[in-house]
Design a protein around this ligand. Structure first.
Ligand SMILES: Cc1cc2nc3c(=O)[nH]c(=O)nc-3n(C[C@H](O)[C@H](O)[C@H](O)COP(=O)(O)OP(=O)(O)OC[C@H]3O[C@@H](n4cnc5c(N)ncnc54)[C@H](O)[C@@H]3O)c2cc1C
Ligand code: FES
Ligand code: FES
Length: 1264
């Protein structure tokens, strides 16, 4: 009994009994075949890092099609007869690279590179699946399930779209080699078994059984073998596990993929039959065919709606019946298959056994309690266009790959189409409350009425409001929003379908959803040839190996089979003390090796051993009262990751003293005036007194609230510890080896030299890995030390979001007094930042305060500031891209915008009048306003807004002076060595390559300084020997400071080589000089270090102008255009810097628009701890027209090689989208007849905020 499949052309035969019953393809590829190009992070189909391609034979047609799948969801035991292709199979350094790998690297599509193999494989499958013929819009549509947190997507989309048949993307000649076969490097062997090997049932590990039926009869045979009381699952794509986790007690797995009856389809004249286990992609293909048939035109809309379900890889494997079964098991699930099918009154063919089938309605199927029912197929009737009107809607919090806020479908049967008289209606809504589907009263009220008659319309909305009654379903959006949205959708349906003459012109655009055109970008910068390769556009050093999956991340490192996997056990009662921890059940779990707590730590129970802004120890494991929900209290070690994670949930904890008041938000602390939690941090500025009001003065006040943000690194927090001769070798995804080393050695009472770290690269950091990863690193080291065997700790997304600190949330209470022209006479800003449970990594006075004046003339005469840190019962907050600075700039920019609003000035004018004399912005702003045609576009937008009631546009300007504080940096060592054998150069330094292009930049610097070609320079792993005592890689400064150290080392070497060179004469080649120096016993290795004072502080200037369009009825937006002008000095590496600007800005878009963290305020438990409910921007959330300019002819006089940092600043410019929103919303409010008032918009401003701020009420939903 075996499963046979090919991986990259090589045949494999595995015996399921040797593996866990639910082993995924991902685990098998990575842990058993050691094919680590395929990554993972979320393990739920939400990030795309695990995507690979498969080719599977269709059980009816025999066709083999290539498609992308999520290897984290696909179960190995469903891979029989499947060809699996991973990034390794596409290309590598010895066999040559695949065109997609090359193109992505060439067009600058990687930064940390962790997401890159997933993007490559998704694109490969798309091309293969379509015979190499795809359009740009298909390409752009296909990456909804691939998250990249670094690049901002633009270069990735450019690279991928360059393969499209209709591509207009410019590709350099050396990159076009796609005569362009998409051949695999390992040709298929043809040994894939033909599908007739008959496997019936197999008992695998853990007393579980697998069945592979080939007919319905065999399927029921398998079901018959499931004893009463035992749980079973029919496995199709196994993607439901990405929504609701499969229960642990399943003992029977029945693979339904090879049952032809469940995969069939037919298009008849009066109905469509869709086999239950057709994938959503296959169903969409049928919709496409059927849409051209009379009576099935509605299938075009079904296609559109299904195109918004999940993402391409999930749709490729996920099936119709699987989706409907989720709905049956979880009535609250906002299923799109269900809502569209129920609107169409789709019937279900249900089998109770192999011989009996019945046809029932969907609702009847959902309520049918009979056990072991099998859905055979779905029947879709024809709905002739002249008799029916149909549409469906799905409103999402970002463009793709999110379940609906509310979904809806409407089907009207006409009695008399000329007079628009309704015969019957089906109005279905999802995500309102469990069990609610049809708005029955509204359906009935339409019968025999003119659908567009004003009285009918008013009545139907009245009925809707009475019947909807949404309930609280955290973390779903508020009932108030979901109710408005549901009504809006029906209103949209009316506006969109009504004849022109019955709808007022201004209202018409409300009838359509926002349609996003193809996106594009433009990048402008200068290069300075005399400094090449510095300032030259070069390919990122590790770009190719990242795209091919050869680049190694911590979790890709092999350990011997003795290794254990770790998971945190956490405390759930904030404020209480732990009385007893009972791990017996966990320890009895098969595969569990050990459980350790505080008592097992020999030394310091502190994972944050730094003195930089961190005075308080941070517990590795709870020692006293529990500080926050899910604070780690111990660590489980087990033979597999899954077992460790599961066993951790079995540990029982009892608590005492749990009756303390807890504070899980700043608001609660401030409301209660809980003094012991409030710490004023900024120096007092009491001498600033309020000026006497003068005629024409305008006074205003407001509040800005910026919530926290999760870093969302694609590479999880990861540490691997291997015991070695005298200590521990630690492979840790950290931004700061020194503190990780110190924390581990002090915890274990080892000398620091016994704890050696090595870091090749980090797959995304943004601050998350400055210190937060150390808790896991310490726990992992403890396990390895205690067990004296290798330990691996990769945190799950849930655990990362629950246990780890995030961005400091911020609130500003501001007040201004200004002259009529906006000139600030007094601005007071009382701001508060949420520290979490310690004041460590404090940004309040260190980073926020210096950023506050921004580019404005705010002095100690007119600016009064008080910054306060608030301690809450949450994980200790940490740095997150542009920490503190982003908030500081956002506060001041918001005030400027508010001043303009209060004075009825153009926001640009309010800014111009307040600029600090002599500030660079005095020149930059007028130039930027002209180049972006600011004034003209504002007028056009105002005109558009006057003409459209439900569509509004806005323009938002933001300015930035970003202080780069290098004067905190202590030490960054770098070693440069030249090999006498051939003159090649290698660098090892104390910085960490986190995707910011540090290695590329320092290689450019070395090549420039030593005057060797860039290709001769390599950058090696960093470690705690070459990089001993190195300071943190953060604060945007590492590229420069490490560059300084590298340049020093190169200069040292150059000095040593100088006399040799002089002696050999000017014609001597580099290799000859090096060899001669070697023969003279001259050392060809130099170590130097950056030291404090080597680089002064300076500012980075930037401007952005964001234009967006809002759908006032849904709250959705399109970012139509963004212009950014940023001063990067003389950019060391323009590709890298443009990438940093784009990526930082898009991360800022997530902060301001889509990323919402929600907590249970009673317990402190986070409610948004997965990709299912936390939503960083995707590929279609970026600006449609994205223009980046690096300021030219602007050398930084104090900068390293006249450059400036780029990693973080552009994040701050994203605040402009809030101002564009304000502009648009104000117009909607005016139309709604509301008084002119400033609207409080903060981070994030979600569609819910937009709808609830825009002032529209359901009673305004009229057609005239
Ligand atoms: C990241 C992600 C995003 C998603 N987004 C959306 C979304 O926006 N909208 C939406 O509607 N859905 C969404 N989904 C859900 C997705 O559509 C379903 O996961 C998928 O359709 C399930 O199909 P499957 O074949 O993988 O089911 P499986 O996971 O294989 O099985 C699920 C259940 O179906 C049962 N089952 C399977 N076949 C049959 C049958 N023939 N008869 C009876 N029972 C059967 C199984 O016993 C099992 O209990 C999303 C899923 C993911 C992972
Ligand atoms: S790991 Fe598979 S999608 Fe995230
Ligand atoms: S490059 Fe995409 S996540 Fe880092």
């Amino acid at each position: 009994m075996s499963i046979k499949f090919n991986v990259n052309g090589f045949p494999y035969e595995v015996h399921p009994a040797d593996y866990a019953a639910d082993i995924t393809l991902n685990t098998f590829l990575r842990e058993h075949l050691h094919l680590t190009a395929t990554k993972y992070m979320c393990l739920e189909g939400g990030c795309g890092s695990c995507v690979c391609a498969i080719q599977r034979r269709h059980p009816i047609t025999g066709d083999i099609k290539t498609q992308a799948v999520n290897s984290c969801l696909m179960l190995l035991n469903t891979c029989n007869d499947v060809d699996i292709i991973t990034d390794e199979g596409l290309g590598n350094k010895s066999s040559g690279y695949h065109p997609i790998q090359k193109r992505l690297a060439k067009l600058n599509g990687t930064q940390c590179g962790y997401c890159s193999p997933g993007f490559v494989m998704n694109m490969y499958a798309l091309m293969e699946g379509n015979g190499g013929q795809v359009t740009m819009s298909e390409v752009e549509d296909s990456f909804g399930g691939n998250i990249c947190r670094c690049t901002g997507y633009r270069p990735i989309l450019d690279a991928m779209k360059s393969f499209a048949a209709d591509s207009n993307i410019e590709v350099q000649a050396d990159c076009v080699d796609i005569e362009d076969s998409f051949e695999l490097i390992c040709p298929r062997t043809g040994q894939c078994s033909s599908g007739n090997c008959s496997r019936k049932m197999l008992q695998v590990q853990d007393n579980c059984h697998w069945y592979w039926p080939k007919t319905l009869a065999e399927l029921f045979n398998a079901l018959d073998q499931v004893p009463i009381g035992e749980e079973y699952i029919m496995v199709a794509g196994n993607t439901a596990h990405g929504v609701y986790r499969r229960p642990k007690n399943i003992q029977h797995y029945i693979d339904v993929n090879m049952v032809p009856d469940l995969k069939q389809h037919s298009i008849e004249s009066d109905h469509l039959l869709l086999g239950a286990n057709m994938s959503l992609t296959e169903a969409m293909q049928v919709f496409q065919q059927a849409a051209s048939r009379s009576g099935f035109e509605y299938c075009a809309q079904l296609w559109k709606h299904f195109n918004l379900i999940a993402n391409v890889p999930v749709r490729n494997n996920g099936t119709l019946a699987g989706n409907i079964s989720i709905k049956k098991q979880h009535p609250e699930f906002a299923s799109d298959v269900f809502i569209t099918f129920e609107t169409l009154d789709v019937q279900v063919i249900v089998h109770e056994n192999a011989n009996t089938q019945r046809v029932v309605s969907l609702l009847a199927y959902l309520q049918d309690p009979s056990p072991k029912l099998v859905i055979g197929a779905f029947l879709l009737r024809s709905y002739p266009k002249d008799k029916y009107l149909f549409n469906t809607y799905k409103i999402l919090s970002r463009a793709q790959n999110v379940h609906a806020y509310v979904n809806a479908g409407f089907l009207i049967e006409w009695r008399n189409i000329q007079h628009r008289i309704v015969a019957s209606a089906r109005l279905c809504f999802g995500n309102i409350r469990p069990g609610f589907v049809h708005a029955q009263n509204a359906e009935q009220s339409l019968v025999s009425r003119d659908l567009y008659d004003s009285a009918t319309v008013a009545q139907v909305f009245g009925e809707l409001l009475t019947s909807l009654q949404p309930v609280e379903m955290p973390p779903e959006a508020s009932p108030e929003y979901r109710e408005k949205l549901a009504c809006s959708l029906f209103y949209k349906f009316l506006l969109g379908s009504a004849p022109k003459e019955v709808v007022k012109e201004r209202l018409r655009s409300g009838g359509q959803l926002l349609e996003r055109p193809l996106s594009s970008g433009k990048q402008t910068f200068e290069t300075i040839p005399k400094n090449y390769p510095v300032t030259q556009v070069v390919q990122k050093l590790e770009g190719l190996v990242q795209c091919s999956g050869e680049a190694k991340y911590m979790n890709d490192l092999l350990t011997n089979s003795n290794a254990v996997h770790c998971a945190f056990v956490t405390a759930k009662r904030v404020g209480a003390t732990i009385e007893r921890v009972d791990a017996r059940a966990a320890l009895q779990c098969k595969g569990v090796v050990a459980f350790y707590t505080l008592q097992d730590i020999p030394g310091d129970n502190n994972f944050n051993n730094t003195t930089l802004l961190s005075d308080e120890p941070e517990e590795i494991f709870v020692a006293g009262p529990v500080k926050y929900y899910d604070q780690p209290l111990g660590v489980i070690a087990a033979l597999t990751h899954d077992v460790a994670v599961y066993a951790a949930t079995l540990v029982q904890v009892t608590y005492v003293n749990s009756q303390v008041k807890i504070y899980t938000s700043m608001k609660a602390v401030l409301a209660d005036k809980a003094e012991d939690r409030i710490k004023i941090m900024t120096t007092k500025t009491e001498d600033v007194s309020r000026p006497m009001p003068e005629a024409g003065d305008v006074i205003g006040r407001g509040i800005l609230e910026l919530e926290s943000q999760y870093h969302f690194t694609l590479e999880p927090q990861t540490t691997i510890v291997v015991p070695v001769e005298e200590g521990l070798q630690v492979f840790c995804a950290t931004q700061w080896m020194d503190v990780t080393q110190a924390s581990i050695s002090r915890m274990l009472k080892l000398e620091a030299n016994a704890v050696q770290l090595q870091v090749r690269r980090v797959g995304g950091a943004y601050g998350a890995k400055v210190t937060r990863g150390n808790q896991l690193a310490c726990a992992c080291a403890l396990v390895a030390y205690k067990l004296n065997r290798p330990a691996r700790f990769v945190q799950t997304i849930e655990s990362m979001m629950e246990c780890n600190g995030k961005r400091w949330a911020c609130r500003s209470d501001y007040e201004f007094q200004v002259r009529a022209n906006g000139l600030i006479r007094l601005l007071t800003n009382n701001y508060y930042e949420d520290a979490g449970c310690t004041l460590n990594e404090n940004v309040v006075d260190f980073l926020t305060r210096p950023a506050l004046p921004n580019v404005y003339n705010l002095t100690n005469v007119n600016f009064k500031v008080r910054g306060t840190a608030i301690r809450t019962d949450a994980p200790s907050s940490t740095w997150c891209r542009a920490p503190g600075t982003a908030e500081g700039i956002a506060m001041t920019e918001t005030v400027l915008e508010h001043i303009a609003f209060a004075c009825k000035l153009d926001p640009a004018d309010a800014r111009l009048v307040n600029l600090r004399p002599g500030n660079k912005m005095v020149q930059l702003l007028p130039r930027f306003l002209a180049s972006t045609e600011y004034r003209k576009r504002r007028d056009e937008i105002n005109l558009f807004n006057a003409q459209n009631r439900w569509r509004k546009r806005g323009l938002g300007l933001s300015l930035m002076e970003f202080p780069v504080s290098v004067n905190i940096a202590l030490c960054y060592p770098a070693t440069v060595a030249i090999y006498h054998a051939d003159g090649s150069v290698v660098i090892s330094h104390g910085g960490i390559e986190i995707g910011q292009g540090l290695n590329t930049k320092v290689a450019q610097v070395a090549a420039f300084t030593l005057e060797v070609p860039l290709e001769r320079v390599r950058v090696e792993s960093t470690n705690t020997i070459m990089g001993a005592n190195a300071f943190v890689t953060a604060n945007s400064m590492a590229s420069e400071v490490v560059g300084i150290a590298v340049r020093k080392a190169c200069n040292t070497l150059k000095q040593r080589l100088k006399p040799v060179k002089q002696k050999l004469g000017p014609k001597a080649k580099w290799e000859q000089v090096v060899e001669a120096a070697f023969n003279q016993s001259i050392s060809l290795i130099a170590t130097e270090s950056f030291k404090m004072g080597d680089q002064p502080n300076y500012s980075v200037f930037g401007l952005s102008l964001s234009e967006l369009e809002l759908d006032i009825l849904t709250g959705n937006h399109l970012i139509r255009r963004v212009d950014i002008l940023e001063d990067a000095g003389e950019s060391l590496s323009p590709n890298v810097d443009v990438g940093q600007v784009e990526g930082a800005f898009v991360m800022g878009l997530g902060y301001y628009l889509t990323e919402l963290l929600l907590y249970d305020r009673q317990t402190g438990r986070i409610l948004t701890n997965r990709t299912w409910n936390y939503h960083p921007p995707g590929a279609k959330d970026i600006p449609i027209d994205f223009r980046i300019e690096l300021l030219q002819k602007s050398p930084n006089p104090v900068g390293f090689l006249r450059s400036k940092a780029t990693g973080e600043p552009a994040f701050c410019l994203a605040v402009g989208v809030l101002f564009a929103m304000q502009h648009a919303i104000q117009s909607a409010r005016e139309d709604a007849g509301l008084p002119r008032e400033w609207v409080r918009l903060g981070a994030p401003t979600t569609p819910e905020t937009v709808v609830l701020s825009a002032g529209s009420e359901v009673h305004q939903f009229a057609l005239q």
